[in-house]
Design a protein around this ligand. Structure first.
Ligand SMILES: Nc1ncnc2c1ncn2[C@@H]1O[C@H](COP(=O)(O)OP(=O)(O)O)[C@@H](O)[C@H]1O
Ligand SMILES: [Mg+2]
Length: 376
């Protein structure tokens, strides 16, 4: 890396970004509430969570645009708390591209270089490289108003990459694009990250996007980091009820643990479910719709947990059937009174499996090793 800022921070082995007990308060609002996180060099890391959970504030603290109220922040092993944004080896791409409307594509891209005194041949070469990276060759002389949304986002990317940051921060960069273009850009951005090899910290509220693009995901809620793991880890082993519900679709069956391998469901019945919480704890059993099977009543395998119910809705999606099933409430009515609302679950079944119609009584089964017991 030719950039002197970048060279200064290449302490071997240190994480690209490390947050130690980072918190940020705005008056009474705690935007970020004590986050510990290490992001590896060259990693594509997604920070995922609903609107208002503190993603942008976290990113702005890494960039130096917001100053933490507590904690320390290291970039390649160096404490950067006292460093102004332009001294950090970091660049940010925002959802609102913030391109200069009166400048051409090439002028937009070279802006950061000229701010650092890089002009002439050197600048031309670097602008050409960045333009090629984002596949905008031939568009150098257009103005932002003459580009599509996707092309404008590429200019914003090139404008950040031309500065050769060691870490690229992306704040919902695809949020303004329509769904089809968004999917295309997801693939391109991932390929681009592999090509340039720098660390990406990618903020999104879209769980599918986070799973599809990243090496690891950090799931945030209310200023806290609830779980960090690979897409498969957070999907298959959610750390708590929030993560189970937020990542993908799942059925959360309320119950109480009876021991390390059993829970009593609120809807009635005792089912096998491995857990490591104390007996008597209120829990939810998370079962993914694609891990559930529907059977005619009485046909459920006797060695697997199962529940009876009635098909409330059957939807054909072309690539799958999706059923909603209202569970039998006999056990539950006994416990909590007839006014309790019925428990409804979703089952996703492959085309080619037996079809069921609304109104049919059914049994729903699942393999216990595909479930997770979660607490709040
Ligand atoms: N400059 C600010 N002043 C006051 N409150 C703020 C400011 N920036 C963010 N917040 C609040 O902090 C919380 C987290 O915001 P933000 O980091 O933007 O969340 P996200 O990017 O996940 O949507 C929100 O409650 C937001 O209203
Ligand atoms: Mg935000």
């Amino acid at each position: 890396m030719s950039d002197s800022t970048a060279a200064r921070v290449s302490a071997a082995g240190a994480p690209a970004v490390e947050l130690r007990g980072i918190a940020k308060r705005f008056g009474d609002v705690t935007a970020v509430d004590g986050i510990n996180l290490r992001i590896g060099d060259g990693e594509f890391f997604a920070l995922l969570g609903p609107s208002g959970c503190g993603k942008t504030t976290t990113l702005r603290m890494i960039a130096g645009l917001d100053i933490p109220t507590h904690g320390s922040l290291l970039i390649f092993g160096e404490e950067v708390a006292a460093w102004p944004p332009d001294r950090r080896p970091v660049n940010t791409v925002f959802q609102a591209y913030a391109l200069f409307p009166h400048m051409t594509v090439a002028q937009n891209i070279s802006f950061g270089l000229s701010m650092r005194g890089i002009r002439g041949r050197d600048a031309e070469r670097q602008v050409a490289e960045a333009t090629a990276l984002v596949q905008l060759e031939g568009m150098e002389h257009r103005r932002p108003s003459q580009l599509s949304g996707g092309q404008q986002q590429r200019v914003a990317l090139a404008r950040a990459l031309v500065n050769q940051p060691k870490v690229l921060l992306l704040d919902e960069p695809l949020g303004a694009l329509d769904l089809k273009l968004r999917h295309e850009m997801q693939g391109e951005l991932k390929a681009l990250q592999r090509e340039v090899g720098i660390t990406f910290v990618f903020v999104t509220h879209d769980q599918e996007e986070a799973l599809a693009m990243s090496d690891r995901v950090g799931v945030m809620s209310r200023g806290r980091l609830l779980q960090v793991g690979t897409p498969a880890q957070v999907y298959e082993h959610p750390a708590n009820r929030f993560v189970a519900d937020f990542i993908g679709r799942t059925n959360l069956l309320d119950g109480t643990t009876l021991g390390p391998s059993e829970i009593r469901l609120r809807s009635g019945g005792v089912v096998t479910a491995a857990n490591d919480v104390a007996a008597g704890t209120a829990v939810a059993l998370s079962v993914r719709p694609e891990q559930m099977q529907l059977h005619r009543v009485g046909d459920a395998p006797c060695d697997a947990p199962s529940l009876d119910g009635i098909v409330a809705d059957a939807t054909y999606l072309g690539h799958a059937y999706v059923y909603t099933v209202t569970l039998d409430q006999t056990g539950r009515r006994r416990q909590s009174g007839a006014e309790a609302s019925p428990e409804v679950i979703t089952v996703r079944a492959a085309i080619g499996s037996a079809a069921f119609a609304a109104g049919e009584p059914v049994s729903v089964s699942w393999r216990p090793d595909t479930t997770t017991v979660v607490t709040d």
